[in-house]
Design a protein around this ligand. Structure first.
Ligand code: RIB
Ligand code: CA
Length: 306
């Protein structure tokens, strides 16, 4: 079994990534954490618990994390994911008890307790990740890979320079990049190649079950916003990162040196990817290609499996 810890900010594409992760055979999800990002952390934590319960997996402990970025301020923008983070879609409330442990503390404990090195997947800002790495830097030895949806080898999506997860807390990315943990970056340069098509939407509409219904309604909202804003089809950013985590190689990667801009207001959150770095200077495997069809098919079969 592949042990996995998820850190996310649900968020519609996070929700689809959670469905994809929980349906993946051979994966043991040790815990799931919510961080501030797409929505305030209390909203994200509620969504995480409810999504996990919707999949029948209330056995997975869910933890509340950071309510603010490390340094910069936070302002919730409901434009893309709606006020409730799930496009206004209502799902049944989880009856599982809330966990008292902070996500960063729980992550350190779960990593120390794990029998084998853990695949740590982050689909939101890295605030919890940075807090955990500061709480106990030795946890990096317990991590097989930290697979992160974030950054870009090209332009951003919040500013011309910055992708949302990095822009939300660039200082946290700096902590992760300097921590020595083995990172795989799944940036916009690959995730923007992956979106559902008409056939996918029709297939989801035909699926029975509450997960498929929720997925179809969330995707419909997400697609509507994306098309209305002129961004094209809604991109499955977080689904790509989760699948790279549990099916290594679905993204073609390259060892690079990556740093992040934190000092310059205009460029804040830009990931500076040096693909010419000497091997000994590299600190990140950067995704350069993705099999978009495989990602879409994996997500559809995951949704159908509940
Ligand atoms: O830029 C895309 C990322 O920002 C995704 O993780 C999405 O959920 C938002 O958090
Ligand atoms: Ca996300």
């Amino acid at each position: 079994m592949r042990p996995v810890i998820l850190d996310c900010d649900p968020g519609i594409d996070d929700a689809l990534a959670i469905f994809t992760l929980l349906a993946e055979p051979g994966v043991a999800v040790l815990g799931a954490c919510a961080t501030v990002g797409n929505v305030p952390v209390d909203t994200g934590y509620r969504n995480l618990r409810d999504l996990v319960a919707l999949c029948g997996r209330s056995d997975i402990p869910c933890f509340r994390g950071a309510d603010l970025p490390l340094v910069r301020s936070y302002a919730h923008d409901p434009l893309i994911h709606g006020e409730n983070g799930l496009g206004g879609v209502e799902i049944p409330q989880s009856e599982a008890p809330e966990q008292a442990e902070h996500a960063a503390v729980a992550t350190c404990r779960l990593l120390r307790e794990a029998a084998d090195p853990v695949t740590w997947i982050a689909t939101g800002p890295l605030t919890n990740v940075a807090l955990a790495l500061h709480l106990d830097p030795s946890i990096r030895e317990r991590v097989d890979r930290l697979v992160v949806m974030g950054g870009s080898t090209a332009r951003g999506n919040v500013t011309p320079a910055a992708e949302f997860n990095v822009w939300s807390d660039a200082e946290a990315w700096r902590v992760a990049l300097n921590s020595g943990v083995r990172i795989t970056m799944v940036g916009l340069n690959v995730t923007q190649q992956v979106a559902c098509n008409e056939e996918d939407f029709a297939e989801i509409q035909r699926m029975p079950g509450s997960v498929a219904q929720a997925a179809g309604e969330m995707l419909g909202y997400y697609e509507g916003v994306s098309l209305r804003e002129g961004w094209g089809e809604a991109k499955l950013h977080d689904v790509v990162a989760v699948l790279e985590g549990v099916r290594p190689g679905i993204c073609g990667t390259m060892a690079c040196h990556v740093d992040v801009e934190i000092g310059n207001a205009l460029g804040y959150g830009q990931t500076l990817v040096d693909d010419r770095a000497k091997l000994e200077e590299t600190n990140c495997e950067v995704s350069m290609a993705v099999d978009a069809g495989k990602v879409r098919r994996a997500m559809l079969s995951a949704i159908a499996s509940f």
